[in-house]
Design a protein. Structure first.
Length: 387
C-alpha cells in the first residue's frame, strides 16, 4: 500500500505551546478546578444584541446564499462610512474586500502580493499565524529582532540592511499582538517612506483598531492609499465566531484581489455579513465603546497589580487586550513557568515562544479577557506562586 505523506508545508507549522496549556487547563476544569483564563486572545463579550438580531433576521428571511465575492455592497458602504466617521479617512467601498476573518484577509494578502520564494519582513515577536500563511504560498517570513527598550518596534534605520532581492514587503500590526503596543503616526509614516524607497509593499494589521487606550487611534490608510490594511469584526465588535474581516487594497489591486477572493472563498459568510451591517449602528457602537472603557479599567488594574508583585511589563500596553511581561527574574523558561503556575495556582497564560524567537523564553502574554475581580484574584494567586 502507498505510504501517505503530508506536504512539507504542514511540517513547517510548529504547534503553539499554548495548546499544551489549554489542554491542561481544560483537564483541570473538568476535575472541578477553578481555572482563570488569561491565555486566550478572544474578548469575553458576545456580539451586541442588535447584531445578533440582524443575523437571526437574515436567517429567517432566507438570506443565506453566496454574496458577491468581495462582500455585500451595503456592508462595504458601512465599513467605508465608518472609516470616514471615526477615522476621517476616505476609503472607496470598492477597495474593501470582505473576507472570512482577518485570517482570510491575511491569506488573500499572501497570495496577492508575495511570490513563492519571497520573504516578508516582520518584527519578532508578532502574530504567529502570519509566517504560516506565507509558508502556504511557498514564501517565508523573515523575523527581525527587536527589543523591549524600543517597544518591540522594527528598527526602520537598519531595514535596508536586511532587504534582499526577494524581499516582498513588511507586515506590521498596531495595536500589536502580543505586546499591546500602538505604533505612532510618525513611525508608520517613516515605515511607509522606507518601504516605498526599497520597492516593497506595506501591510498593517489593524484588527485591534478601536481598542486603543493611550496614543492615537488612527488608520494607516490616512497615510497612503497604497498601504494594505487588514481588519476584522472579531475583536472590537466581539464577533470572533462569525468569521468576518476585510482587506483594504489600493485601487490598482482591486481586480486581482477580486479574482483571488472568488477562487479562495467564493464569498465570506452571508449571515455574518448581514449581521455586521448593524455593527455600525450608534447604539452598538455605544456599547462597544463602553466595553472599551471596561477593558481599559482592567488594563490599569493589571498594570498596577503586576508592578506591585514585581513583574515588569516590557512594552507600553496601550491597546488590544494584552500585556507582555518579563518573567526572567523568576524563571529561565517561561513555558515551564506557565505550566507550573497552572498546576499550582490554576492561572493560564501564554508563553512568549508562541510569538517569536529572540528572548521568547523570558516573556509571557496576559490577555485581560476576564473581569477585574478575576484579574485581582489571578494577581493574588501569581504572587503566592512566586513567593
Ligand atoms: C494580530 C492578529 N491578526 C489576525 C488575527 C485573526 O483574527 P480573525 O481571523 O478572528 O479575524 C488575530 C487573532 O487573534 C490577531 O491577533
Amino acid at each position: 500500500m502507498k505510504k501517505h505523506k503530508l506536504a512539507s508545508r504542514v511540517e513547517a507549522i510548529s504547534p503553539f505551546q499554548v495548546m499544551a496549556i489549554l489542554e491542561r487547563a481544560k483537564a483541570l476544569a473538568a476535575q472541578g478546578e477553578d481555572v482563570i483564563h488569561l491565555e486566550i486572545g478572544e474578548p469575553d463579550f458576545v456580539a451586541v444584541d442588535a447584531v445578533r438580531d440582524a443575523g437571526i433576521d437574515a436567517i429567517q428571511q432566507g438570506k443565506t446564499g453566496y454574496t458577491s465575492a468581495t462582500g455585500l455592497p451595503e456592508l462595504k458602504k458601512a465599513i467605508s462610512d465608518d472609516y470616514a466617521n471615526r477615522y476621517q479617512v476616505k476609503v472607496a467601498p470598492e477597495r474593501i474586500i470582505v473576507t472570512p476573518g482577518a485570517s482570510g484577509a491575511l491569506i488573500l494578502m499572501a497570495s496577492l502580493m508575495v511570490e513563492s520564494d519571497d520573504e516578508v519582513i516582520m518584527p519578532d515577536p508578532c502574530y504567529p499565524c502570519n509566517r504560516h500563511f506565507l509558508v502556504q504560498t511557498g514564501a517565508k517570513a523573515k523575523l527581525l529582532e527587536t527589543d523591549a527598550e524600543s517597544a518591540f518596534e522594527l528598527d526602520l534605520d537598519t531595514l535596508s540592511n536586511h532587504w534582499q532581492e526577494n524581499t516582498s514587503g513588511v507586515w506590521l500590526a498596531s495595536p500589536s499582538n502580543p505586546t499591546g503596543a500602538v505604533l505612532s503616526r510618525e513611525y508608520l509614516s517613516k515605515a511607509w517612506t522606507k518601504v516605498q524607497s526599497l520597492g516593497g509593499h506595506l501591510l498593517v494589521d489593524e484588527i485591534y483598531q478601536g481598542l486603543v487606550y493611550e496614543g492615537e487611534d488612527f488608520s494607516a490608510l490616512s497615510i497612503s492609499d497604497d498601504i494594505f490594511v487588514v481588519n476584522s469584526f472579531s475583536k472590537y465588535f466581539a464577533m470572533t465566531g462569525w468569521r468576518l474581516g476585510w482587506l483594504v487594497v489600493p485601487e490598482w489591486a482591486i481586480e486581482g484581489a477580486t479574482k483571488l477572493a472568488q477562487n479562495l472563498f467564493i464569498s465570506a459568510p452571508t449571515v455574518s455579513q448581514y449581521a455586521a451591517i448593524s455593527a455600525f449602528k450608534p447604539e452598538v457602537m455605544a456599547e462597544c465603546e463602553a466595553r472599551r472603557e471596561s477593558l481599559n479599567r482592567r488594563r490599569l488594574t493589571l498594570l498596577s497589580g503586576l508592578k506591585k508583585i514585581g513583574l515588569p511589563v516590557v512594552a507600553p500596553a496601550q491597546g488590544a487586550f494584552y500585556v507582555y511581561v518579563d518573567v526572567s527574574k523568576v524563571t529561565d523558561d517561561a513555558m515551564l513557568w506557565c505550566l507550573a503556575l497552572l498546576e499550582s495556582e490554576k492561572v493560564a497564560l501564554t508563553p512568549g515562544a508562541d510569538f517569536g524567537v529572540k528572548d521568547a523564553h523570558k516573556y509571557v502574554r496576559f490577555a485581560y479577557t476576564c473581569d477585574e475581580d478575576r484579574l485581582q484574584e489571578a494577581l493574588m494567586r501569581i504572587a503566592r506562586f512566586m513567593s
